[in-house]
Design a protein around this ligand. Structure first.
Ligand code: BES
Ligand code: ZN
Ligand code: ZN
Length: 483
């Protein structure tokens, strides 16, 4: 574990094994910079300069904002991780948001130290154990030490929640089954008295007529689970329900994925893992909301008992669904889970899902899509989650796209009749399962792009990113100010 602290002392007085200095906007004239170190350099376009003998590392930041702080600390850890040093010190670089600056420092540190090496014979060992942020500020601003320390704690919660999700999304499908997910949920509930966990098995799903969910599971050797986590603080002002797509593996089913698209489909549980992490994170942050996570956990496999294109499924809400593609399974699981979630009368209902390849094609790998009926709620989510650094774009519904999921044999088709607009038609499919009274309190987050990285970017390592976790926690943390 890496520890990051604020020390109410000047940089020169703080003892550490190494120094890290940010060069902001290529400005080498700043007082934090030793001019001698750059004697041979014309500029500082190089992302970093490691002076081992001077025990000093310079990192270039193009801007001074929350994300560049995260990236800067992340890069410092990566650059120093093979040295035999236990600590480094760094100045304070305040953005326009003092508190969030320190939150960002901690996030950068925990993300920099994150590694998933469970299946590597040689584990990477991080010698670094301490980072000290000193009181000298880049623009000579004064720092409230109490605020800084509390903000670092908050940042640690934000980042460790995201890392909690990452660890589970990165886990492999031969070990991380729906049962394992259920056990993880039970473990979370064991750790906190404010969190309760209810695990529903296949019989319960049958009793509840969750036939869309059950169809997806049909040819899997591993049974499905509906996992329900509830965080109930003493005084809760609102009930927020997160529904997560928990496909521990998506082979596509009979509409089998081509082999190169199947690789990475262990990450199809990212929505569920994010929702689980949000409940734990909210509890650690002591947020004043009652928060539920309802996770639909199953695999989408192939076999003699598979559900088929041409099948018609009678969902929990009685809406009949024509299956035209068994790879559009996430919406089937979510349809029943969303129906179930509304029984608990949410004030806000948010589903998180790696739902469509179309969302990745449309928005790129870095950005998630926000969909829903309520323009204000969509805008609000986007605005209040913005400081997390996670990227979101609103994808608008329209009545013409709705036409594309009409079915000739059932109430709705699970596949659009057009190959365009697939992220929105999937969102519109889910919308069909939202009751009138909840239409305005629901948003759908398609995190298919950012949930799993095949190439690292920013402060995200290869593999799972924890997409949705910090965005939702930042959203709730801001929302509480409106109570
Ligand atoms: N899990 C996939 C979506 C996905 C694709 C997530 C790429 C992450 C990266 C989903 O179940 C799926 O296969 N969707 C289909 C829907 C189509 C058959 C209507 C898709 O997007 O191709
Ligand atoms: Zn699929
Ligand atoms: Zn899927």
């Amino acid at each position: 574990m890496i520890k990051i602290d604020y020390i109410d002392e000047s940089f020169d007085k703080v003892k550490a094994d190494f120094e890290v200095i940010f060069v902001i906007k290529e400005d080498l004239s700043h007082r934090f910079i030793d001019k001698d170190d750059f004697k041979l350099c014309q500029d500082f376009k190089n992302p970093n300069l490691l002076l081992v003998e001077k025990k000093r590392l310079y990192i270039a930041l193009e801007e001074l904002n929350l994300d560049s702080i995260r990236v800067g600390v992340f890069k410092a850890i990566k650059a120093l991780k093979n040295l035999k040093i236990k600590s480094f010190k760094i100045h304070s670089y305040l953005t326009e948001q003092d508190e969030l600056t320190f939150v960002a420092y901690a996030e950068g540190a925990l993300f920099g130290a994150y590694e998933f090496d469970l299946y590597k014979s040689e584990k990477s060992k991080l010698n670094l154990s301490n980072i000290y942020i000193c009181k000298d500020e880049f623009n000579n601003r004064a720092i409230d030490s109490k605020m800084a320390k509390a903000a670092l704690k908050k940042g640690e919660i934000m980042a460790s929640s995201a890392n909690f999700a990452k660890d589970r999304v990165n886990e492999i499908p031969n070990s991380y089954t729906p049962e394992k997910m259920a056990n993880d949920a039970k473990e979370v509930a064991k750790r906190y008295k404010e969190i309760e966990c209810v695990i529903h098995d296949k019989e319960f799903l049958q009793k509840e007529n969750m036939n869309a969910f059950l169809a997806v599971n049909r040819s899997s050797a591993n049974p499905p689970y509906l996992i329900h986590l509830i965080y109930k603080p003493k005084e809760a002002k609102k009930r927020v329900i997160f529904v997560g797509k928990g496909l521990t593996y998506d082979s596509g089913g009979l509409s089998l994925k081509p082999s190169n698209y199947m690789v990475t489909m262990k990450s199809d549980k990212s929505g569920a893992m994010a929702a689980m992490a949000i409940v734990e994170g909210a509890c650690k942050l002591k947020l004043p909301f009652e928060i539920h996570a309802i996770l639909g956990a199953t695999e989408n496999m192939i076999g003699g008992n598979s559900y088929k294109p041409d099948d018609v499924l009678i969902s929990r809400s009685k809406t009949t669904i024509e299956v035209r593609n068994t790879d559009a399974e996430g919406r089937l699981v979510l349809a029943d889970c969303l129906s179930y979630a509304q029984d608990f009368k949410p004030d806000i209902l948010i589903d998180l899902a790696t739902l469509t390849g179309a969302c990745v094609v449309g928005l790129g790998e870095y950005t998630a899509g926000i969909m829903g009926n309520n323009a204000k709620l969509k805008e609000k989510f986007k605005a209040l989650s913005k400081d997390s650094g996670e990227l979101y774009t609103i994808l608008e519904f329209n009545p013409y796209l709705k036409e594309l999921i009409k079915s000739n044999v059932a109430d709705i088709s699970n596949t659009s009749s057009s190959s365009y607009g697939g992220a929105i038609t999937a969102g519109l499919f889910l919308e069909r399962f939202i009751k009138k009274e909840y239409k305005d309190c629901w948003i759908h987050l398609d995190i298919a792009g950012p949930a799993y990285l095949e190439k690292a970017w920013g402060y995200n390592s290869f593999g799972a990113s924890g997409a949705g976790v910090r965005a939702c926690l930042y959203f709730l943390d801001e929302l509480k100010k409106e109570l």
